[in-house]
Design a protein around this ligand. Sequence first.
Ligand code: SF4
Length: 78
Amino acid sequence: MSAETMDSVFIDIELDEPAASDPELAKKLEEVCTVGIFKATENGTEIVQGQLDECVLCYLCEEAAPEGSLRIIKKYEA
Ligand code: SF4
């Protein structure tokens, strides 16, 4: 596996609509995540695949998003 692979090994993040398309939530997510996993765009949240494995499981993003709309999936427990 190369270092440039876009696939995350350990972490996946699911963000449901309509939350994913909310530009205000996108800004909030970009702000709370210290490892740059969320990118705010005018169309909502972009999840930066290459950063996923940097997740420190602080769950600030889950708290910032509407209840149940954002889930951190730990692949290694699956
Ligand atoms: S749990 Fe923390 S580090 Fe992981 S994506 Fe959410 S805000 Fe970022």
